[in-house]
Write a protein that binds this ligand. Structure first.
Ligand code: EPZ
Length: 426
C-alpha cells in the first residue's frame, strides 16, 4: 500500500473488453476528509476521524499538520489527531504546491495563532483556481491580508461578527469561512454559500465541536465559541468515486452493486445515467445497483454547483457519451479549463469538438486503446474507464493524479472483472 502512495511515475495498462460485475465498497470522501482533518486545529483537544480514504491528498494533509507540530497517528482509515501543540502557523510552498486544498489551513491557523502564513496556491490543469473570495471574506472579518514573496500573510486584528456574501459559490471558500466563524462567539451570517455534501459534513463536525450553525437555503447563521472541543467523526462516502463506478458499470454493459453510498448525494448522477438508458436500482439508502446494456442515449449536460450536475463527474460522462447513439453537449460552467481530457480521448478515437466551455460529443461505434496522459484526478479515472471498453490496450500515464483521489481504484476495478495492471515506469 505504501508503495502505491509514494511512487509518482507508475502507469496502468488497461485491457478492453472488460465488463464490470459484482460488488464494490465505496471509500470515505476525499473532499470531506481534507477540511475535517484541518478543522482539528480549531481545538486543543484530541479528535478521531473514521473512514478517511488512504490517498495521497490525505497523506499531504497529514504532513501539512505535522509540519505545524500536530501529532497524528493513522491506522488504515482511522486517523487520530492531537493538536495540543502548534509550533508554527504556516502552510509552506511545498505543502500548497502539492495540494491546493492546503489553503483551508488559513481559517484554523488564524483561530489558533491569530495569524497565518500560507503560500499562494498556483493554478492547476483545470483552471487558475483563484482564492480571492477566501481573502475577501477574511478581510471582512477583521483580518489583515498581505501578499508578498509568493506568500499570503494574514493577521487577525479584531474578533467581529460579519454578514458576508460570496460573489461566487466556492466550496473551500465556504469551508474556510465556516471554520473561522465557528470560533467567534458572536452571531455571523454567510450568504451564497456552497451546499456540497462535503461542506455539510464539515458543518456536522463544527456542530460536534460546539458551534451553532443553521442553514437556510444558501445562507448560514453561525454562533461560534472560543473553546471548541475535539470530535469523533465518520466521514461521508465519496459520491464522485461512486459516480465513477456507476458510469463504468453502464459503459461496460455490466452490473454492479455499490455499497456504502448515500443515494441522496447522487441524485443528479442517477438522473443523468437513467436518461442515458442505464437501470439504477436504489436497493437501500446505502446501496445502489447499476446495470444496462445500452444503446447509450445522448445527453445535454451542464455542470453546476451542488445539487446540480457535478463538475467532478464531467470527464467520466464524456467517456460514456463518446459511445452514445447520437450527439451530446457538455457545458462546463464551474472551471474555465476542464477539457484537458478531450485531446486524450480523441487519441482513442472519440469525436469531440470544443468551443469555449462547451464540448460537442458525436458518438462513435468504438474507441481504440492508446497511450494517454492523466491531467487531473477525475480525468485520470475517466481515461481508465475508457480503456475498459476500448479495443486493445490503453496505457494511462501519470496515475499519481489517480492516487490523489481514488483509494485502490485499480484493485477495485480488477475485483469487478477488469483487466488493469499497475506498473512502475522504467
Ligand atoms: C472544490 O474545489 C473541490 N476540492 C474540487 O474537487 C471541486 O471540483 C470544486 O470544489 C467544485 O465542486 C476540494 O473540495 C478539496 P471552488 P474548490 O472554490 O473549492 C472559482 C477534485 O476533483 N473561485 O468551489 O477549489 C474557481 O476558480 C477537486 O476532488 C474563484 O473565482 O472549488 C472555480 O471556477 C477538483 N475565487 C469556481 O469558483 C475563489 O476565491 C468553483 O471553485 C474561489 C473559487
Amino acid at each position: 500500500m505504501t508503495s502505491t502512495l509514494l511512487s509518482t511515475s507508475e502507469y496502468l495498462i488497461v485491457r478492453g473488453g472488460s465488463t464490470l460485475t459484482g460488488e464494490v465498497e465505496i471509500s470515505g470522501s476525499k473532499n470531506a476528509s481534507l477540511p475535517i482533518l484541518i478543522a482539528t486545529l480549531l481545538s486543543e483537544e484530541r479528535s478521531t476521524i473514521l473512514d478517511a480514504p488512504y490517498l495521497l491528498d490525505i497523506k499531504n494533509t497529514i504532513e501539512l499538520l505535522e509540519n505545524m507540530g500536530v501529532e497524528i497517528k493513522r491506522e488504515g482509515n482511522r486517523i487520530e489527531v492531537n493538536p495540543e501543540r502548534i509550533t508554527n502557523c504556516r502552510a509552506s510552498d511545498e505543502n500548497v504546491r502539492r495540494m491546493r486544498a492546503s489553503v483551508l489551513a488559513m481559517g484554523p491557523l488564524l483561530v489558533r495563532c491569530g495569524e497565518a502564513i500560507v503560500a499562494m496556491p498556483g493554478g492547476c490543469s483545470i483552471g487558475l483556481r483563484p482564492i480571492d473570495q477566501h481573502l475577501k471574506f477574511f478581510q471582512s472579518a477583521g483580518v489583515d491580508v498581505n501578499v508578498k514573496h509568493g506568500y499570503i500573510y494574514l493577521e487577525r486584528k479584531e474578533k467581529k461578527s460579519v454578514n458576508f456574501t460570496f460573489d461566487i459559490i466556492t466550496v473551500t471558500g465556504t469551508e474556510n469561512a465556516l471554520m473561522f466563524l465557528s470560533s467567534v462567539n458572536k452571531e455571523s451570517v454567510l450568504n451564497n454559500i456552497a451546499l456540497e455534501p462535503e461542506v455539510m459534513d464539515l458543518i456536522e463536525v463544527l456542530r460536534k465541536m460546539g458551534a451553532d450553525i443553521e442553514i437556510e437555503g444558501r445562507k448560514a447563521i453561525i454562533r461560534g465559541r472560543e473553546d471548541l472541543s475535539g470530535f469523533i467523526h465518520k466521514v461521508i462516502p465519496d459520491r464522485i468515486e461512486a459516480g465513477t463506478f456507476m458510469v463504468g458499470a453502464y459503459l461496460t454493459g455490466g452490473d454492479i452493486t455499490l455499497k456504502n453510498v448515500i443515494k441522496d448525494h447522487l441524485t443528479s448522477i442517477i438522473e443523468a445515467l437513467r436518461e442515458a438508458g442505464a437501470v439504477v436500482e436504489e436497493k437501500s439508502v446505502n446501496e445502489i445497483r447499476v446495470y444496462g446494456s445500452g444503446p447509450i442515449k445522448p445527453l445535454n449536460i451542464e455542470t453546476r454547483e451542488y445539487p446540480g450536475f457535478p463538475t467532478d463527474m464531467q470527464a467520466q460522462f464524456m467517456v460514456l457519451l463518446s459511445l452514445a447513439d447520437g450527439v451530446s453537449v457538455i457545458k462546463e460552467n464551474i472551471f474555465e479549463n476542464r477539457f484537458q481530457h478531450v485531446m486524450e480521448l480523441k487519441r482513442m478515437g472519440a469525436d469531440i469538438s470544443v468551443k469555449g466551455n462547451t464540448a460537442i460529443i458525436k458518438g462513435v461505434r468504438n474507441l481504440t486503446g492508446a497511450e494517454v496522459f492523466s491531467t487531473d484526478l477525475r480525468a485520470s479515472a475517466a481515461l481508465v474507464i475508457a480503456g475498459l471498453v476500448a479495443e486493445g490496450e490503453t496505457t494511462v500515464r501519470d496515475i499519481y493524479h489517480l492516487d490523489r483521489g481514488y483509494e485502490n481504484f485499480d484493485k477495485k476495478l480488477a475485483k469487478l472483472g477488469a483487466s488493469v495492471q499497475r506498473l512502475p515506469s522504467l
